[in-house]
Design a protein around this ligand. Structure first.
Ligand SMILES: [Zn+2]
Length: 154
């Protein structure tokens, strides 16, 4: 697995999730949607859990969410993560459908680092909005990830 040029881990871009990553690169969240019943699902997978259709497409959704849960990783951590510790890793639930949950980092400013948020200040249920941050891999790759800007901080 590739690392970023500053030592963080790069996400693995799986083929089934290509539409998600094309969306983030374009600055929007896209969820896999069932072409038969319309159910949105995340993470991406080949079959609809509701109607079992394998017909699917990508659909843009709003970037608003709430903090559903979070953890504060403890040592041992990789050196880049240790340097910014403590930080929160959040699970956010999209306003579009709270069953759609994504894991990511919280931010107080759009261009902040993952260690800028004091984990003690994070509240379950607080409102966040996706911002898109491009990570540069040490192998020349790049991936744009969503991070979650706390609405009260902006
Ligand atoms: Zn379906």
């Amino acid at each position: 697995m590739a690392s970023t040029t500053d030592g963080f881990m790069m996400p693995l871009v799986a083929e089934e999730a290509a539409g998600f990553w094309e969306g983030t690169a374009a600055g929007e969240l896209r969820m896999q949607a069932c072409s038969s019943c319309g159910t949105l699902r995340f993470p991406p997978r080949p079959m609809c859990p509701r109607c079992r259709s394998t017909e699917r497409h990508w659909q843009a959704v709003s970037s608003s969410a709430t903090v559903w849960s979070f953890v504060v990783p403890h040592p041992p951590l990789l050196p880049a993560y240790q340097a910014v510790s403590p930080y929160a890793v959040a699970v956010v639930a999209l306003d579009e459908d709270p069953r759609l949950r994504l894991v990511g980092n919280l931010l107080d400013t759009p261009d902040g680092g993952i260690g800028q948020v004091d984990p003690a200040s994070v509240k379950i249920g607080e409102a966040v909005d996706a911002v898109f941050v491009t990570l540069h891999g040490d192998n020349g790759s790049q991936v744009t990830v969503p991070r979650w800007l706390r609405r009260h901080a902006s």
